[in-house]
Structure formats: structure tokens, C-alpha cells
Design a protein. Structure first.
Length: 681
């Protein structure tokens, strides 16, 4: 028995069947922790070992460079004499670059084209906006890039985009898009979105080139197929030959990236596009205990748009999934911290413990608590709360209001939002201050008085210093958090973020709202600023292990011994904005996100919610997430934390709930009591 036969022998029956079925279209529905990478790699090695194709006749597409490298390394261990192993193994983008380098001339480009990064794109767009005499605040590079990416993901070049007559802003953005594409052509450059789009264009317009690759690629393998968007799926379909030897691996229950353009229908309709498709379901989970899997499987069974599978494990029953109810969000952070201190630390390394949140601003209360009790932590896929740029900006405003000699704070304020003050002007002010022994603020005032600045710079700086002095004067007469609200509005900072409508800026606005909430825990501005200074200066590189803090989106593909899932409340999870924008489609994606969160846990999972949570400075009554009612009674241990009872409820067809008057509160006036769920001590 050779090496590859030994590997196949160690697979379970479903995995073996998926590896051996090399011909025709195949869809491998691989549940969480079911060994999909192992199956995909083994399948690839098996095809080569059986001499069905040479390594360079196999196209293998992954979603990340890390996954591609890991697969390449595994393959190379079993294929001797092939230093490059699979030469067509990589991401959609990296393989597209290969195609375009070879055939750029067919598209009117030179083969030595440049690939633009995001900074290059923004610089180019700023120049176009300026040249078209558009309002730079209204037409930010981020906003324009968002729409350009959306169009490119749908396979639309400027000539293909259709805009409703009423949308003047989109018409202007489309005009910018057209100029942008012409400019990139002049520069002999592609951006990331172009790489796949222009490959599709190449294959559609040049059938001779397309046929070269269709004949060459005897087998096509695709990882994480549920995450493909429209243009990626089209790219794949154009490369499939008449034998249709395409195998796609993924999990429809882990499709959580629609906001990036991923289309779950690519996965759900695969067997309709390829009529003779064989479907293999990998349902044996090698990661989690039975109780964790039962909880996740029961929850996801409420989704209707899915292929359908039931995860199972030969592992033991394991600990019951804990469902905890807390009075407030702050008590939730304290309670989870106590569980970690008193129980989890004794059994597991903190490196194998994770707290998964729906929104990144939720990490703030946990960070505060861990700083207080001295538990090490890291924020994965994000930045620690007080180190985020928008938080630093806001705190800088408060610092310069608190004391006028804080030159570093004022320097940051001058550039946030941008006021047309460049580095040379700042150097000029600092030189003047050093010579006259003045702080930055006094230097600016003196230089304005003596006419040192050009009119535009003078007006900008004069307006800013007048505002700072006005805020400083009023700071003793108002609450420090109300002061920050005023500052964010009057400085133009809030409108700057609101005008750039993308996910990143929405997150920044949420973080600022969380900052305003955090300030209410302190008596005055001085005590809050002291807290921030200490929080950011504490040596957070503790020796030893650290807890992992991240969003559920960032956790996909990872696993931990213990997972905490806080904030399971209506409006937060499922997220209210998502439901309002996309209805049932969003609800199913939110439920898939819950499924991803639970299945990250190997040994213990803790779900929790709070009865009240601070929102925009007010305490709002919260309702348990509808997902809590969808997890099974058996296998779950419900723990009451200083709570007598909480509401259970049913949902209307439109996902709303109707509540009696006695249960109404400002944020939840659509809800109605249905029945009461008693919580066990």
C-alpha cells in the first residue's frame, strides 16, 4: 500500500467517496470541522497518483494565500519530482494575474502592467473628483470605491451600468468610474477588482484563448465555494470544459459574507447548473462535542435556503452548552471574566479561549474588565478599543479642551477631519513656537494676528481655535459625554463619517457611540482622560497566554477549546440594520453566523444576553435573541444571574414581534409578551 492509499484508508466512508468520485461535476457539502481541506488535498493527490492528469492540468482555487500555501505544502509531501507541485493552485486573484500576464495584449494592455493597491486607487479618485469639480466631502474615495467594487463584483464595466434617473449621486459616481477606468488603462494598470473582471472579459471575447485553458484544465477544484461572488462564479464557469470535471467544496451553512458580495445561490444552484452533479455530504465533525453540535445543528435547521445536513460526532456528549442571562452588558463582561478566572483558567490555556461578538465595539467592556483584573487579551482582526483611530481622534479633541498645552492632541485634531493644513504649515507653526516659547495653540493665534498664513489656511485655523476655546469655556457647564457629542457634531467629524457610507465608517460611528457610553462611567472629563491614558499605557504584552477577542466573522475557519458568545439580543444579534435592509435573507445569514460562532467551540460553549444595555446614553430594555428560542432545551444549561424571569416569544411572518404595553420600551415598541420562560438557578 503506497502513501496516498494509506491516507485514503484513514478517511471515513463519505470522505473516501468524495475523493474517489473524480469525474463529472461534484459538490462536497462539508460541515464545520468535517475535514474538508484534508478531503480536497487528498482528492487532488489521488487524481495525480492515478495519472488522470499532470499537476499543471489541474486548476485549484482557494480564497486566501494562506490556504493555497498550506495545500501546496501538503501536496508536495506526496508528489516527488515536482518542485512547483500544482502550478495553477492559488487564489482567484493570483491565478487571474497569470492569465492576464500571458494575454494582456488581447485586451489592449502590456504584459508588464501594474497592480494598484487601495492607496493608489484613492489617490487617483481624489484627482478625478478634483478635476470634475465635485464636492470632495460628498464624493469620498471610500464611497466611490464601494460602488466601483460592487459593480465589478457583478461584472459591470461603466458601459454596462444602468442607473435610475432619480439618483444624481450615482450618476456622478458612474462618470468618475468611467474616467477612472480610462485612467488605469492609460497607466497600464489593473486594480484588484479588474483582475477577475478582465479575465472574464478575455474569455468571453476570445474563444480561442478560453479553449486553450478549457483543454488544459482536465480538473477544477474550488475551496470555500459558498463565498464566491457573481464574477468569480462566472470566471469558473467559463473555464469548465465539456467533461465538466469541476469539484466545489464548501458549507452553505457558513456563508456569512454577502456584505462582501458573496452569493449563496452559487452554492445552492450548483446542481441545477451542472445537471449530472453528484453531491457528497461530510457530516462527521472531528472538532466539537455532541452537545455543541446538537445545539448548532438544531439552530441552523431553521434556515430554509440550505442544502441540508446534520452534523454528528463520535466524541463524548461533553459539557452542556451554558445559556446565561445578566442584568446589564457591564455585568455580562464581569460575569464572563469571573467564569474565566474561577473555572476556565484552571482547565485550559487562555490561548484556547475566545470571546466572539457580533459587532467589534462590543469588545470595549471586555477590554476594560480584563485591564482591571489583569487578564491578558488580544483583539484579532481588529484593533484594541482605545487604539482605534476614531477613538484617538475623539480623545484628542477632549485632551486639547482639557488643557491648551497638549500640542500632540491639537496636531491630531488639525488633521481630523482634514482642514487643508499640510506638514509644511505645521512645521512653520512649530518653528515659530520653539523660537517664541509658545505652545501650538498660542503659536497659531500669534501667527494669525501677524498675518503669517495664506487666507485659506488662516480661516481654517482661526475657525478651529475659536471652536476649541468655545468648547473649553463650556466644558465646566455640561456633562463631559454631552461635550463630546457637541464636539463631534460641530467639528464636522460625525458628518465626515456619515458621508462615507461603507461598513468601515459605520463601525467607526458605532465605536464612537460606545465611547460616549463608556464616558458615563466616570464623574468628569479629567477622570475619564486619566483612565484612557492608563488603559493605553499599561503594558498589555503580558507574559504567557491571552484570551482572543474578535467578531464572529473574523472567527470563521478558527477553533478554540472554549467559546463565549455574548450579546445575543434582538437588535444586536440578529442585527436590526441587517434585518431592515434585507429581511428574511439577512435573518438566515445572521443565523448562519450564529452557527459559525457555536461550531468554533471544541469543548465548551457559553451563550449569554443582558436584560438591559446602554444605547446612545440611555438604558434600553433588551429582549433575548430569537436564536435562543431555536436552540434545543436538552443539551443546554440555563443559568439565571440575578434575574427572576424573562420573556419567551414567537415571531410574525415579517420577523416582527408584538408586545403588550407592560413590556414596551423605547427601543422595542413592536414587541408583545407571549409566554414566560422560567430560568433555573
Amino acid at each position: 500500500m503506497n502513501n496516498i492509499d494509506k491516507i485514503i484508508e484513514n478517511l471515513n466512508k463519505e470522505q473516501k467517496d468524495a475523493v474517489h468520485s473524480t469525474e463529472g461535476p461534484n459538490l462536497i457539502v462539508a460541515g464545520a470541522g468535517s475535514g474538508k481541506t484534508r478531503v480536497l488535498t487528498t482528492r487532488l493527490i489521488h487524481i495525480i497518483n492515478q495519472k488522470k492528469a499532470w499537476p499543471n492540468q489541474i486548476l485549484c482555487v482557494t480564497f486566501t494565500n494562506k490556504a493555497a500555501k498550506e495545500m501546496q505544502n501538503r501536496v508536495m509531501q506526496h508528489i516527488k519530482g515536482n518542485s512547483n507541485a500544482i502550478s495553477w493552485l492559488g487564489t482567484f486573484h493570483s491565478i487571474s494575474v497569470k492569465f492576464l500576464r500571458r494575454h494582456a495584449e488581447a485586451l489592449g494592455y502590456n504584459s508588464n502592467f501594474t497592480i494598484l493597491d487601495t492607496d493608489d486607487q484613492k489617490k487617483l479618485l481624489r484627482n478625478i473628483v478634483k478635476g470634475e469639480d465635485l464636492d470632495a466631502k460628498k464624493f469620498s474615495p471610500q464611497l466611490i470605491l464601494y460602488h466601483i467594487d460592487q459593480w465589478k463584483n457583478k461584472g459591470l464595466l461603466p458601459k454596462d451600468v444602468k442607473i435610475k434617473k432619480s439618483s444624481a449621486i450615482l450618476k456622478s459616481i458612474l462618470k468618475v468610474y468611467e474616467i477612472y477606468q480610462n485612467k488605469t488603462k492609460d497607466l497600464n494598470a489593473f486594480d484588484f477588482g479588474d483582475l477577475i473582471l478582465y479575465c472574464v472579459k478575455l474569455f468571453e471575447e476570445h474563444s480561442d484563448i478560453r479553449e486553450i485553458y478549457q483543454k488544459n484544465f482536465k480538473y477544477i477544484l474550488v475551496d470555500e465555494f459558498q463565498d464566491t461572488n457573481f464574477i468569480q462564479n462566472k470566471w469558473l464557469n467559463l473555464l469548465v470544459n465539456s467533461d465538466q470535471n469541476i469539484c466545489c467544496v464548501g458549507d452553505d451553512d457558513q456563508s456569512i459574507y454577502s456584505w462582501r458580495g458573496a452569493e449563496i445561490k452559487n452554492f445552492l444552484t450548483f446542481d441545477q447548473i451542472y445537471k449530472n452533479c453528484k453531491v457528497f455530504k461530510l457530516e462527521q465533525n472531528y472538532r466539537s462535542t455532541k452537545n455543541i453540535l446538537e445545539t448548532a445543528s438544531t439552530l441552523i435547521s431553521n434556515n430554509s435556503n440550505r442544502v441540508g445536513k446534520k452534523l454528528w460526532s463520535s466524541a463524548n456528549e461533553g459539557e452542556l452548552v451554558k445559556l446565561n442571562c445578566y442584568k446589564t452588558g457591564k455585568e455580562e463582561a464581569q460575569g464572563i471574566s469571573d467564569i474565566i478566572e474561577n473555572k476556565i483558567k484552571k482547565k485550559y490555556s487562555l490561548n484556547n479561549v475566545s470571546i466572539l461578538v457580533r459587532a467589534i465595539y462590543q469588545t470595549r467592556e471586555f477590554e476594560e474588565r480584563f485591564l482591571q483584573v489583569g487578564i491578558g487579551y488580544r483583539v484579532l482582526g481588529g484593533i484594541k478599543f482605545y487604539e482605534r483611530s476614531e477613538i484617538k481622534d475623539a480623545v484628542s479633541y477632549l485632551r486639547i479642551i482639557n488643557q491648551k498645552y497638549d500640542d500632540l492632541a491639537l496636531e491630531r485634531v488639525i488633521g481630523s477631519p482634514k482642514r487643508g493644513i499640510g506638514e509644511s504649515t505645521l512645521n512653520q507653526i512649530y518653528t515659530f513656537g520653539k523660537k517664541n516659547k509658545l505652545c501650538l495653540e498660542d503659536s497659531i493665534l500669534k501667527m494669525i494676528e501677524s498675518g503669517e498664513f495664506k487666507p485659506k489656511v488662516k480661516n481654517s485655523l482661526n475657525h478651529l481655535i475659536n471652536m476649541v476655546q468655545k468648547w473649553r469655556k463650556g466644558s465646566n457647564k455640561m456633562k463631559h459625554f454631552d461635550l463630546l457629542k457637541l464636539v463631534l457634531d460641530e467639528s464636522g467629524y460625525s458628518s465626515m463619517l456619515k458621508n462615507k457610507k461603507d461598513l468601515e465608517n459605520e463601525n467607526r460611528l458605532e465605536n464612537l457611540k460606545e465611547l460616549l457610553r463608556a464616558m458615563q462611567d466616570y464623574d468628569n472629563l479629567q477622570s475619564f482622560l486619566e483612565h484612557v491614558a492608563l488603559a493605553t499605557s499599561i503594558d498589555q504584552e503580558w507574559e504567557g497566554a491571552k484570551i482572543n477577542l474578535m467578531t464572529m466573522h473574523a472567527a470563521k475557519g478558527l477553533e478554540f477549546d472554549v467559546v463565549f458568545l455574548p450579546g445575543w439580543e434582538e437588535g444586536l444579534f440578529p442585527h436590526q440594520k441587517s434585518l431592515e435592509e434585507k429581511g428574511d435573507f439577512a435573518l438566515e445569514e445572521e443565523r448562519r453566523l450564529a452557527y459559525v460562532g457555536i461550531t468554533r467551540a471544541k469543548k465548551e460553549a457559553y451563550i449569554s444576553f443582558a436584560m438591559k444595555r446602554a444605547y446612545h446614553g440611555d438604558w434600553m430594555d433588551a429582549l433575548p435573541s430569537r436564536f435562543i428560542n431555536e436552540i434545543p432545551e436538552e443539551g443546554v444549561e440555563k443559568n439565571e444571574i440575578n434575574i427572576v424571569e424573562t420573556a419567551d416569544f414567537e415571531f410574525n411572518q415579517d420577523n416582527s414581534i408584538d408586545f403588550d404595553e407592560e413590556f414596551r420600551s423605547p427601543g422595542w415598541d413592536r414587541y408583545k409578551k407571549n409566554k414566560m420562560l422560567k430560568w433555573k438557578k
